[in-house]
Design a protein around this ligand. Structure first.
Ligand SMILES: [Zn+2]
Length: 65
C-alpha cells in the first residue's frame, strides 16, 4: 500500500447522465439553466433530455491549475 492518500482524495460528486449517449458531465457545468428548465443539454451528442442525476466517486484534481 502506497502512502499517497494526500495526492488522491476520492469524493462523491453529482453528474448529469445523458440518457442518449450515456456521457456524464459535472453538475457544476449546468447549474442554473439546466436545473431551472429541467432539461439537460448534452454537449457530446447534442440531444436534450430529462435531468438524470448520478453520483460517482471521483478524484479531486482541480488544484492542478
Ligand atoms: Zn449525450
Amino acid at each position: 500500500m502506497a502512502n499517497d492518500s494526500s495526492l488522491s482524495r476520492p469524493r462523491l460528486m453529482h453528474f448529469h447522465l445523458c440518457t442518449h449517449c450515456g456521457s456524464t458531465f459535472r453538475r457544476e457545468q449546468y447549474e442554473g439553466r439546466a436545473l431551472t428548465s429541467g432539461i439537460f443539454p448534452c454537449q457530446k451528442c447534442g440531444l436534450e433530455g430529462p435531468l438524470n442525476i448520478t453520483i460517482q466517486e471521483v478524484d479531486e484534481d482541480d488544484s492542478s491549475a
